[in-house]
Design a protein around this ligand. Structure first.
Ligand code: MN
Length: 528
């Protein structure tokens, strides 16, 4: 057994604050359950003070997670710490993550504090947090650009004040692996108290070095790393969980460290994140990209067939990529279908939901001969994101061709009433979306529209994702059908129903309400 490294997942905090990745409460809970299944040690669920929505989601996550510590970020302000504690205190194992910038550039221009004042502030706030919660982490924001002597003073002070984890973030993604190694060694050698606390890494990927930097920090003696699924996060993102974990596992000979991660949950985690947010994984992405285990060149294929280890350093099965692709069809029964769901890793589906899924599966098998794993995953995703209330699609006729103006005639139903509309446009999607806008009588703008094939071959299902805005929030929707027009209409209706009836959109206005007397005047950044 190697020495244990704690995995701190910030997909739902640092990751979620990146453009395009925000999630509503239900989506965050779904993600939190999957992160828990991955086996991470600490889940950073959000930044409780930043908005009422964030507070609510941190609290909800804290109340459902059983097997991981749940933490909330807080600036070094009493009201932040109070909100963070209120939100996480229901957790089986709560943590408060307090941060303060320590580099001169941040102290002088952002916080307008002297080094002594910042020390004083850290001391008071870590002591205060420790009085509420025994598990306190303190982060020196912009640690890698912090004066070394001052860093020692802060680290020692924070441990004395009650912090059990000290995080040394490369907030701006500027450091090199060698510098990170030296920094961690320096702290370990000069602060005798570090054996009373865990040192942690939090590296950003601005220069593409987040994972290397994290690994360097671990080599130098850090025993926690902060990361996000698929490497999402502010700007170029954080260290990717799956990359650090698989580097430690595959190169255990070098690092000699262990994590508690169930690597077979890795592919599912990235897939879930991608299906919730609609942001696709780069095909070349290490570990979870669709080409990560594809051997294209003849020489490589020959080698792998002769002996897998010639070109494969880990197996797709290690990270939960299922290879079976046992094909289901028209004649498959509900037993084969539910066995398939289990094979794909979905064990917890209630009978009622399986029945509904099975009837969607049957309907699909009339239109598509071979039903692949991805078809089933897509069905499951689309069924689970159904918006209960609002407009549903009854029927539609959409015409398009060269030399004619596209027309859409659509009938929607709500509360038993049918409403029909007609519209024209320069293309079939434009005409259809205008038609829906007329029927619902609520103007919106289309921010994003994507159409993808779920599987290969000509009879593949189309999956449409749309993002709309009504000026108050942005709302996502997804639709699935072998007819791409239908998929697009369903996606738009889902987004529209969220806009009209759920109001769980991403707020477009800055929701931070900083008071006049706040320390961080003019700054609303959640970043550390
Ligand atoms: Mn960060």
């Amino acid at each position: 057994m190697g020495e244990k490294v704690f995995v701190f997942d910030t997909t739902l905090r640092d990751g979620e604050q990146a453009p395009g990745y925000s999630m509503n409460l239900e989506e965050k809970l779904k993600m939190a359950r999957q992160i828990e299944a991955l086996g991470v040690d600490i889940i950073e669920a959000g930044f409780a003070i930043s908005s009422p929505g964030d507070f609510e989601s941190v609290r909800s996550i804290a109340s459902i997670v059983r097997n991981a510590t749940v933490c909330s970020l807080a600036r070094s302000l009493k009201k932040d710490i109070d909100a963070a504690y209120e939100a996480v205190k229901v957790a089986v194992s709560p943590r408060l993550h307090v941060f303060l910038a320590t580099s001169d550039i941040h102290l002088e221009y952002k916080l307008k504090l002297s080094r002594d004042e910042a020390f004083e502030r850290m001391d008071q706030m870590v002591r205060y947090a420790s009085s509420l919660c025994p598990d306190v982490e303190f982060s020196l924001e912009d640690a890698t650009r912090t004066d070394r002597e001052y860093m020692l003073r802060i680290v020692e002070g924070a441990i004395k004040a009650g912090a059990h984890t000290i995080n040394l973030p490369d907030t701006v993604g500027y450091s090199t692996p060698g510098e990170i190694y030296d920094m961690v060694r320096y702290v370990k050698e000069h602060v005798p108290l570090t054996d009373k606390a865990v040192l942690s890494m939090h590296c950003h990927n601005d220069l593409g070095m987040a994972v290397s930097n994290t690994l360097s920090g671990l080599e130098a003696g850090a025993r926690q790393f902060e990361c996000a699924i698929s490497g999402i996060g502010e700007r170029a993102g954080n260290a990717a969980l799956e990359e650090v974990v698989m580097a430690l596992k595959t190169r255990k000979d070098k690092y000699g460290l262990e994590t508690g991660i169930n690597t077979k949950e890795i592919a599912r985690s990235s897939h879930l994140l991608s299906s919730i947010t609609g942001v696709k994984i780069n095909p070349s992405k290490a570990i979870v990209g669709q080409n990560a285990f594809a051997h294209e060149s003849g020489i490589h294929q020959h080698g792998v067939m002769a002996k897998r280890e010639t070109y494969e350093i880990m197996t797709p099965e290690d990270v939960g990529v299922t290879k079976t692709n046992l094909i289901l069809g028209k004649h498959s029964g509900i037993h084969a279908f539910s066995r398939k769901l289990e094979e794909l890793g979905y064990y917890d589906i209630p009978d009622e939901e399986i029945k509904n899924l099975f009837s969607s599966f049957k309907a699909l098998s009339d239109r598509k001969k071979h039903i692949m794993d991805n078809d089933i995953i897509a069905l499951l995703d689309s069924q689970r994101s159904v918006v209960k209330e609002g407009w549903s699609l009854k029927d539609y006729v959409v015409n398009s061709g060269n030399g004619i103006t596209s027309t859409a005639c659509i009938t929607l139903e709500k509360d038993g009433k049918k409403v029909q509309g007609v519209a024209i446009g320069t293309g079939p999607i434009y005409a259809s979306f205008r038609c829906i806008e007329k029927i619902i009588k609520h103007p919106f703008s289309l921010l994003d529209y994507q159409l993808d094939a779920v599987t290969e071959h000509r009879d593949a299902q189309g999956q449409a994702t749309v993002k709309v805005s009504d000026g108050k929030g942005t709302y996502r929707g997804r639709g699935l059908s072998t007819d791409v027009i239908e998929a697009s209409l369903l996606a738009l209706l889902q987004a529209v129903n969220r806009m009209l009836y759920e109001k769980h959109g991403e707020a477009e206005d800055d929701e931070f309400g900083l008071d006049e007397g706040d320390m961080l005047v003019g700054h609303t950044d959640k970043e550390e």
